[in-house]
Design a binder for this molecule. Structure first.
Ligand SMILES: Nc1nc2c(c(=O)[nH]1)N[C@H]1C(S)=C(S)[C@@H](COP(=O)(O)O)O[C@H]1N2
Ligand SMILES: [Mo]
Length: 426
């Protein structure tokens, strides 16, 4: 009876507040222990009435481009733009309504500095110039003839989760707080291949990357990164990259802050040093407590969020639940995620749903038996380089007051006795 014994051990609890061992998720252990949600009861009630209309009448015809069920029409990006400037702002991925790790294209977050340009691909070129032996101009058609690569990678705006630095906890959904972050399967041409063709001059150490939008967003990219895992992305989850994400081409710098992943990419200039553009000096640098600023804090740190339960997804009474969340690191793979149900007094290791890919979202899960008493849920991730997500207060202490970029502190969801979930600063 080794299996039964293992399940019993697991159900003994892995940490305080009712957290069960992650092994309880394996092999239907919870089902055989009779703890699963009341599915059997629900099945009986369906047997009484007549057949539903969708079973007795023909369905609607095919369509050129599919849409989600109208029953989930409310699963939308949260759009926030300043008054009078509709193209300047952001929309956020509703992570509280999604599962798995790939963000559907229509729900990828957006951050535009001057709207989404309507680009005619026949008139768009990527110019590679500056300190190169042979400047080249690449149309979309020409790029489509190069060997391509496919990688699952997250993009996170450095301003993501900024609301969590506010003094008073903001009451909003997991995606409203943390949805300037999405994950796609990107396909395109490795930038090193194009730079080799242009012939990088020995003095070049940086590149200026510029977009074709009306913001002409431009950032300096270290040459070492450009030669490493950078990609000129043309496809997003299998289809041509969306206008919102940079059609017809965007720079993908895996693990680097969102801002430097230049959309509508039309120019790469090889330079000796960084250009110190407006977008990397007045913004996207981090203020430190001694009044200095850290320039080029490019790599996104290790981080995790619990997406279920979370604000707006209240608990339906005591019983067994699965805590589900997302973890990621700009520096490689997620190594482990720990979950707490007692405000950080004790932690249990969550199960990671594979494949665990570098610089990509990783789904974690932890079984939880909620006894109906108030609880505080937290998650903290550690990456393969040994970096661990700091507490919120440890993160705040590292920067000047008001600094809001690159927040990766632990977030806390409080569950009250009625099962309502709120955002708190634990
Ligand atoms: N050309 C251009 N590139 C851009 C931006 C922009 O406004 N213009 N916004 C940047 C910012 S701040 C972020 S966070 C990401 C957002 O990428 P997404 O809109 O595909 O999610 O794109 C970056 N690249
Ligand atoms: Mo951003």
């Amino acid at each position: 009876m080794g299996g039964r014994r293992r399940i019993d051990d697991a159900l003994d609890g892995a940490a305080g507040g009712g957290l069960l061992d992650r092994r309880a998720l394996l092999g239907g252990g919870l089902l055989s222990a009779g703890l699963a949600a009341a599915g059997a009861q629900a099945a009986e009630t369906g047997e009484t009435g007549a057949l539903p209309p969708w079973t007795t009448t023909p369905g609607r015809p095919m369509s050129g481009y599919g849409q989600p069920s109208r029953a989930v029409a409310a699963v939308k990006r949260l759009v926030v733009a300043p008054p009078g400037r509709p193209g300047t702002g952001a929309s956020r991925t509703p992570h509280q309504s999604l599962e798995g790790t790939i963000t559907p294209n229509g729900l990828h977050f957006e951050r535009h500095h001057n709207g989404v340009p309507d680009i005619d691909p026949a008139r768009h070129e990527l110019l590679i110039h500056g300190l190169v032996r042979r400047p080249i101009a690449l149309s979309l058609d020409r790029l489509l003839r190069y060997p391509m690569e496919t990688h699952v990678r997250f993009i996170e705006c450095s301003g993501n989760s900024r609301d969590l630095t506010a003094d008073k906890p903001v009451q909003a959904a997991a995606g409203s707080l943390n949805g300037l972050m999405s994950c796609s399967e990107w396909t395109g041409v490795r930038l090193a291949l194009l730079l080799d063709e242009a012939g990088v001059e020995p003095g070049a150490r940086w590149l200026l990357a510029e977009g074709a939008d009306a913001a002409s967003l431009s950032r300096s990219v270290p040459l070492a990164k450009a030669m490493d895992d950078a990609v000129v992305a043309l496809f997003q989850n299998g289809e041509p990259i969306r206008p919102e994400q940079g059609f017809p081409m965007r720079l993908l710098l895996p693990g680097y802050e969102g801002n430097i992943n230049i959309k509508w990419l039309h120019r790469l200039k090889l330079t000796r040093g960084p250009t110190y553009t407006r977008d990397e000096t007045s913004k996207y640098s981090d203020l430190l407590p001694d009044d200095r600023a850290e320039l080029f804090p490019l790599e996104m740190a290790v981080k995790s969020i619990i997406t279920r339960p979370s604000f707006g997804l209240d608990m339906a009474g005591p019983g067994l639940y699965e805590i589900s969340g997302l973890a990621w690191s700009g520096q490689g793979r997620v190594a482990r995620v720990e979950v707490s149900a007692d405000g950080g007094r004790s932690w249990a290791e969550a199960a990671l749903t594979g494949p665990v890919l570098p610089k990509a979202l990783t789904r974690f899960r932890a079984p939880w038996r909620w006894d109906g008493a108030p609880a505080v849920l937290m998650s903290r991730a550690t990456d393969e380089g040994g970096q661990r997500q700091p507490s919120r207060s440890a993160w705040l202490a590292k920067y000047a007051p008001g600094q809001g970029y690159h927040f990766n502190g632990v977030q806390s969801w409080a569950v009250d006795a009625a099962g309502r979930v709120s955002n708190i600063h634990a």
